[in-house]
Design a protein around this ligand. Sequence first.
Ligand code: NDP
Length: 253
Amino acid sequence: AAGRLAGKTILITGASAGIGEATAIEYASAAKGELKLILTARRLEKLDSVKSKLEAEFPNIKVLTVKLDVSDLSAIEKFFKELPEEFSDVDVLINNAGLARGVAKVGEISQDDIDSMFNTNVRGNIAMVQHLLPLFKKKNSGDIVQLGSVAGREPYPGGSIYCATKHALRAFTSALRKELINTKIRIIEIQPGNVETEFSDVRFYGDKDAAKKVYQGTEPLYADDIAELIVFYTSRKQNTVVAESLVFATNQA
Ligand code: NDP
């Protein structure tokens, strides 16, 4: 099945860390480097270090790194306009960039945090889809993988805004899948539980001790566990789509 990935062009948002970075590595190794990767995020130096590692291991791989803040809609427009010809025929979008900021009750959440979560997790995600859909419709093919969350199914106190963004994403994704029902475009939403990444560092504003506590006493998922599923789902035969999957660590309630 990994052979189905050969020659494909995969575009990943938030590829500088965590699930996005692990997904880039997983695609490269599944296709033995016979594919093109477009890696985007705000930290270009991190993307370039992923690119160097992949190029050292896979001589045929083609990797393009681009600094892209998905919360900036004009930057997304510019990104698609300036995509080099060699990388413009995108086959798979891993719509992964996302974040949570803070654990706070309603009334105690800063407007900056609210904007940052909605602009990244919802508006940025939607804008990526809006820009790619004309190409996918023209080809009548393409996969869009949405990084939802268990937070998009089960709201919890202290996480109202993050949960609201992931609920919004789930609604958008489900409507999108229904709109595309008579096409060969696949819409796949993965909803992880706790995954040990930089996610908690970002959520707790860089407080590593608070971040670590999230994973204490349980074995969480790791970024490569989700990456493996992404590669597996997108390398099924075209007639099969894993529309939604809720993925927990074995011991997560
Ligand atoms: P990380 O914090 O490890 O990685 C997040 C990635 O998103 C980074 O590469 C970061 O790069 C990028 N990013 C954040 N904001 C922006 C932005 N405005 N523009 C572009 N890139 C951005 O977290 P995860 O890998 O864990 O998270 C990936 C996705 O998975 C997110 O959508 C998250 O909501 C979801 N998820 C995570 C869970 C978890 O427990 N970890 C559970 C369920 C879902 P940079 O800072 O360089 O821009």
